[in-house]
Ligand binder design. Sequence first.
Ligand SMILES: Nc1ncnc2c1ncn2[C@@H]1O[C@H](COP(=O)(O)OP(=O)(O)OP(=O)(O)O)[C@@H](O)[C@H]1O
Length: 232
Amino acid sequence: MILELDDVRVALGGSQILQGVSFTVAPTGVTALLGRNGVGKTTTVKAILGLVPRTGTIRFDGAGVHRLRTHEIVRRGIGYAPEDRGVFAKLTVAENLALAERRGSRHAYDLVYELFPELKTRGAQAAGTLSGGQQQMVAIGRTLLNDNRLVVVDEPTKGLAPKVVTEVAEVLERAAERVPLLLVEQNLALVKRLAGDGVVLAAGRVVHRGPVPDLLADAELTRELLGVGKAR
Ligand SMILES: Nc1ncnc2c1ncn2[C@@H]1O[C@H](COP(=O)(O)OP(=O)(O)OP(=O)(O)O)[C@@H](O)[C@H]1O
């Protein structure tokens, strides 16, 4: 397993948000982190990246990272595309990519431009003027620029039009051929297409994990815990 969480707990603003989260991420393919709004998916991702105070054990490629700071965790090889995409609006696309270059890493511009030709053609455009889908490409592109051994992507399709969701799905699919992904996603059709394993959170705990087809075949689970009717 590339990532292992054991009894991860997070308290924020006086509330216990994560109440002992444990799951593993496979070293290949896509693992989906699922659950209704507000159950703690983003907080889990932030705990992995060291962006919130947490207790418990987090192992990346066998080594404990739960006491490390964010920059140390990132340097070990975890890429992160946050929910808000985190692009620098006033900087150009090329500058956004250049800022992400990590010292000591190979910078795979060829790969990034092959996956996202638009990032090359729009290199001089201010990132804040890109569409939501294009900004998502910048956020994912940055994670692929460096030698990451795991990429965490938080709700990449949130607020995007259906056609753009399809484009982002294609990109994630191609990215996952190169690096394992931990994907927070509420679009179950996308999860069905991309993810091998799924982890379902409810109220700060893992309530189900297993192969995505099994999770989505359970009508009650999808309705009660994922808040939707059917995944097509
Ligand atoms: N800094 C904070 N202080 C207090 N409560 C917080 C803080 N950050 C998050 N929370 C609360 O923690 C809970 C989990 O939030 P989180 O963003 O992890 O959920 P989520 O599953 O990612 O939801 P969504 O799908 O809506 O993005 C929510 O109830 C949220 O209001």
